[in-house]
Every structure is written in structure tokens, then in C-alpha cells.
Design a protein around this ligand. Structure first.
Ligand code: SF4
Length: 68
């Protein structure tokens, strides 16, 4: 994962769509109602972090970058 990227653990996601309401460009829900991250969608890192913080089951991991 590179900075500004996120991953959704589909085994944990319960499909609340909270992430989509915060960063609709960055997350999609599939047929089973589980979210996945859309790489390169241009969501800001702040929005990704907010989405992760508001996921009720902590299914979203965000690479915030930082010192190499
Ligand atoms: S907020 Fe969390 S539980 Fe809800 S759809 Fe997004 S990843 Fe899944």
C-alpha cells in the first residue's frame, strides 16, 4: 500500500456504507454489500482517514505515508 491508499478487509466489513458517505469516490459497495477501495480515485488522505475512523468495525486500513 502506498501513501493515500486504503484497503478494506471484506471479512470484517458489514456494509454500512459509512465510508461511501464520507469519501464516495474512494469506496464502492459490491453485490454482497461489502465495500472496496477504488485505487487512483483521487480521494484526499484526510477523507480516507476520516472514513477509516468512522467505520464501525474498523475494516479500513489507510497508509498515511510518513518517514521512510
Ligand atoms: S464503513 Fe466500514 S463497514 Fe461500512 S461499508 Fe465501509 S468498510 Fe464496510
Amino acid at each position: 500500500m502506498t501513501a493515500g491508499q486504503a484497503q478494506v478487509d471484506s471479512r470484517v466489513c458489514v456494509g454500512t456504507a459509512m465510508c461511501r458517505s464520507i469519501a464516495p469516490e474512494a469506496f464502492v459497495l459490491d453485490d454482497t454489500g461489502r465495500a472496496s477501495f477504488v485505487p487512483g480515485a483521487g480521494a484526499s488522505l484526510a477523507d480516507l482517514i476520516e472514513a477509516a475512523e468512522n467505520c464501525p468495525v474498523q475494516a479500513i486500513a489507510v497508509d498515511e505515508g510518513g518517514p521512510e
